[in-house]
Design a protein around this ligand. Sequence first.
Ligand SMILES: C[S@@+](CC[C@H](N)C(=O)[O-])C[C@H]1O[C@@H](n2cnc3c(N)ncnc32)[C@H](O)[C@@H]1O
Length: 152
Amino acid sequence: MEWYCVDDADAAKELVEKENPVGIICAFTDTFRKLAAVVPHPDSFVIEIGFSYGECSKVILQALGESAESKFLGVDNSKDLLHEAKERCPHADFEVFNVLQCPLLLVNAMRRRNKELELIVFVDIGMTFCILCVCNAVADSAMWRGFDMGYC
Ligand SMILES: C[S@@+](CC[C@H](N)C(=O)[O-])C[C@H]1O[C@@H](n2cnc3c(N)ncnc32)[C@H](O)[C@@H]1O
């Protein structure tokens, strides 16, 4: 799985059309919010890392269209945010864990998704330098379990 740090909406859309699965990392929340409206498409499964108060989750769900809730998983390490995210998106799936400390949970979530959909892992955890850790952690976990990353 390839990861990209992107801040341009057209470039991000193009990437998503070409790559599957794909990891899109945003350095800034403003960028993330801009891309959230255009990157997900109805044939994608989006894992949003850093759902926070669910504001962007709502935008992503709208972009996913019909049966959006079955094509979405939100992940955040803060349990305190879950309640508000659930209020905004009552039928969406949210999980609370730290992707840096528990990357295997992320790998498992990636494997559980509907494989007919194109996987987009969409990341905004606030610190770009951490992203390399996410990528490495996911790759290491995948290897440890003997998965082929292409399969994830
Ligand atoms: C900048 S906010 C995301 C804002 C959100 N994209 C929005 O548009 O409202 C970053 C979020 O990442 C979460 N976060 C930070 N480090 C994390 C980690 N290691 N694992 C999971 N979530 C993390 C924080 O709890 C926070 O909610």
